[in-house]
Ligand binder design. Sequence first.
Ligand code: KIV
Length: 264
Amino acid sequence: MAKITTATLLKMKQQSEKISTITAYDASFAKLFDQAGIHAILIGDSLGMVLQGEDNTLPVSIDAMAYHTRCVKRGVEDTLIISDMPFMSYATTEQTYENAAKLMQAGASMIKMEGGSWLVDTIKGLTERGIPVCGHLGLTPQSVHVFGGFKVQGRQQEQADMIIEQAKELEQAGIQLLVLECIPASLGKAITAAVNIPTIGIGAGKDTDGQILVMHDALGISCSYMPKFSRNFLKDTGDIKKAIELYIDEVSNENFPGDDHIFK
Ligand code: KIV
């Protein structure tokens, strides 16, 4: 497999080829996923929940993100590495640049930040300084307390329109990838049509340009519960590498997500 870059993902969108991505937090899983042919690995701040056993992602530190990014980097040859900026690590400009630099120097090729219009200047500043940014809209878990729980977003027309506008604003500001989490499938489709950058869905329907899953959900080993939008690919294969190859195939053939995995 050739080295995957942001340009590869953009070309995949333009050629209507589906993008498969997954989270990883260490070198061994990262190597296996890379060898299976996954297009991008996210070191998600979901590590707070699936590795550390916390109730949400808020306790995750930038040092933990940098540590796991370094671990993943050592296992990867070709896959694009994206690393999450954790809660309150991008609250001010100075903090943002310092923390984004830590993740890039640890081995990320792109950083991800949750939020809408308020991030426009930050995204411009980072991109101008050579740091590619992935946006994240819909259910943004760092705002769980503002939402009053992990709830599907964008079901009301007004909120759906606002998320579409925010996606366009973030694209204009310079994001090169956009994660859409827990929104109605129709909204995932509308956002994907409204922007020229690739969209990656998790509980956002089958019409996004690609999919992402938390690895523990895709392998059925989550310590909490299995989200509606996920599927246990290990159950069908009994082998971790084959499970990820099946996930990639199912995304590519548009068999995943199925009707049971989407929100209306
Ligand atoms: O932290 C994470 O793993 C994420 C994905 C769920 C998109 O942000």
